[in-house]
Structure formats: structure tokens, C-alpha cells
Design a protein around this ligand. Sequence first.
Ligand SMILES: Cc1cc2nc3c(=O)[nH]c(=O)nc-3n(C[C@H](O)[C@H](O)[C@H](O)COP(=O)(O)O)c2cc1C
Length: 428
Amino acid sequence: MEEDVVGTIGNIGSMTGKDGVSAGGIELSGPTKGRYVEPRKEVSTPTRLTKFLCLDDFEISAQRKLPRQIFGYYAGAAETNQSREANRALFKQYAFVPRVLVNVSERSQRKSLFGHVYDAPFGIAPMGLAGLSTFNGDVVLAQSGASENIPAIASATSLAPLERIADEGQSRWFQSYLPGEDARIEAMVDRVESAGFEHFILTADVPVAANRENNVRAGFSIPLTPSLRLAWDGLTHSRWLLKTWFATYYKYGVPHFENMDAFRGPPILSRNVVRAIGARDQLAWRHVSLIRKRWKKTLIIKGILAPEDARLAREHGADGIIVSNHGGRQLDGAASALHVLSEIKHMTGDFTVMVDGGFRRGSDVLKALALGADFVFLGRPFMFAAAAAGLEGVRHAIQLLKAEIDRDMAMLGLHDVNEISGDFIKRI
Ligand SMILES: Cc1cc2nc3c(=O)[nH]c(=O)nc-3n(C[C@H](O)[C@H](O)[C@H](O)COP(=O)(O)O)c2cc1C
């Protein structure tokens, strides 16, 4: 049965001038006089999604739907949450200086990145265990990205084999956690290449597991340890238990860490997980050179904060970096991407510099672009949207953010998102 469709989230997408008359088009006066412009595409919203008005709304629903341990793992950060909170707080230190009366009836937020033109300047960051957020969650995130034409990065700790994420989800971005062992690195690079990925992201800020006390307090651990508490939490979230856990078990068996190595990793309930992760603390710059020799397509290093490391990434052949403190989930007290962005841009010139951490609004995305970022990634909001409403939920979240960017661009006096610069922002 088709769902009721009520309301819209505004006009999104880019508006292109077109010669000749098109039905429903509007005639423009001023500089574009005589040309007809197609009406902006209205995006209709299924009834069950109309309560989600902004990205933060998904978190409330996800918290209700997910077992406490799983929600805690997704939402949590390291130790005192200092970096996670700083990521959000920093946006308030920047204010816009908009331009007015510039006829912004034609607007485009399309952004070119590594030879592909995306429909928006943001994408989905890699997130582990997405397969526990909703049935086939890793594929759902990838599919949402593909259908909205934004990048979605598959995680090393995803629970679906990367080949299936590439195939069913049309994902072309894969993030790897690598041990400092040449043979394992080479085998993994070969596997990612055979699956058809085009962008290889090496996450560099996880030499050891973080201290996530909140996970321990909530009863979450890797491996997941069966306990009365876990069972109770599952039973009291019966929809999740049936539609996510049992549906997954029925179709694919117990979820495994499928993508940490060239071969299938241990099940998530296994005690061998820690052993499988091993030797990450031996990873060094020489391994980046090793990957660079073997991987011919785009190579990106994620988890850079020091300008000197940005320079080293470029020197070792990376095509770009993601400046990130891992959403505050690794080193508590680590700087936020916005703290170091300008310095990194200054040091690396035209190198592709992407950022993540705490982005929740179109205005946040635009602030980072104004400060020199080439692209922005978001994590938790998309995981919560998957938990709240599956594929449709994530697509709705993407559309909400696109609509916010589009609206903000109009109020900033921007036709093209690539026009934004430091002139539109002020540190307060
Ligand atoms: C549940 C969860 C799992 C994550 N797993 C990974 C991962 O497997 N690999 C990785 O590089 N980053 C991982 N991250 C970090 C994200 O890629 C990203 O840096 C961070 O979420 C951005 O912050 P935000 O969640 O505030 O948007 C994870 C983040 C979350 C929330």
C-alpha cells in the first residue's frame, strides 16, 4: 500500500535556467529576463516522517527504538565527552555576514569531488555496526547515499560484506582500519579494489581502542557479551528484536566483522575480536606509501588534526584528508575540525580537505565551507535516521539537510555553494 504523502520539506535541488517555455515555469525579470526557469522540485514527505523536522529529531526516535546498549554505542563518545561537545559548541563562535538583493532565484549546492559531481556538499561518514540500527543497515546507508547522489562511506566495522555494500548499495567509498602488517594491508587493498570501490579511506586516529566508559556503564562491549541485561533490553524493544536482530539472523546468520581483513572476521559475539583488531598501533606513514603503490584510485586519510600531518598525508601521496576527531569518540580533548581547518588549508593549499564532527544543520555545513572545507561528512544523525525509519528515514534526513542548505544559501545571497568564502563569516 502506498503511504500517504503530506507536506513538503521545501524546495531542494538546483534550479537551472532553460531556454523556451516550460509548463509551470516562471518568467524572470532582471538579468535573467526572457528565460524560463523550471519550478523548484518539491520533495514530498510520507506521513510517518513529517514529525522529523530536523536532524536532531531522529535521535529521540532512535533512542526509543534501540536497545539501550546499542543506542549508547552510537550516541556516546570517549571519557568526559569533551570533544563531542566542543564539536557542537564551536559553530556558535561563527556568525554569518549575508549579502542581500542579489537575485538568488537560481541556486545550486552541487559540489564536485574527485571527479564526481554530487547533489550536495555533504556525505555520510563511515560508521561501524550500522547493521544493528535497522535491517541491512550498512547497505541502507549506502543506498540512501546513492539515491540522493551524495557519498556514503562504508565502514571497516560494517557487518555486511563490503562486496554486498558495493553491489546492493552502489557504494564506491570504503574506509579501512588497518594493522601495521604489510601482508594484511596488501591483501585488504586488493579485496577493496576487486569489489569495485573507487575511494580508499584509511582511518588513522585509532591506534588503540578508546576509553568509552559510557559504553561500559550501558552494558555495551565488543564483543557483545550475552547477559540478562542485554536479553532484557532486547525483549523490551521487541520491534528491533524481530525486525532487525532476528530478521538479520534469519537471512544472514550471526553478524560478523566482515571487513576488517581480506578474509571474514569473527562474529560480533566472539572473544576473538580483540585479537583480530591487533597491531593497529604499529601503523605508520610508511604503510601509507605501501597503500599508495598498490591502490591506483583515490586515497584519503581520515582522522588528521595536525597541520603537519596534513602535509605528510599529501607528501605520502594521499589525494585528500578528512579532518576529524572521530566525533569525539577517540582522544577526549582532541581539537575539533573547525579549530584547525584554516591552518591546515593554509599549509596544504589546493589539497582536498574534508571535515566531520558535530554537523547537524545546513548552516553548520556552510560555515565549514566558508572556512575553506571542500566537503563535509556527518555520522550519528544518519545512523539515528536509519534506526528511526530505515532507508526512507535516511533519505528524509538527507533531504532535510539539502533543504536547509538551499534555504540558507538564498538568505546568504549565494547562487552557487562554491561561491562561499571567508567574506560570509565572522568569528565572534
Ligand atoms: C556509531 C559510530 C561508529 C563509527 N565507526 C567508525 C568507523 O568504523 N570508522 C571510522 O573511520 N569512523 C567511525 N566513526 C566516526 C565517524 O566516521 C565520524 O568521524 C563521526 O561520527 C563524525 O561525528 P558526528 O557523528 O558528530 O557527525 C563512527 C562514529 C559513530 C557515531
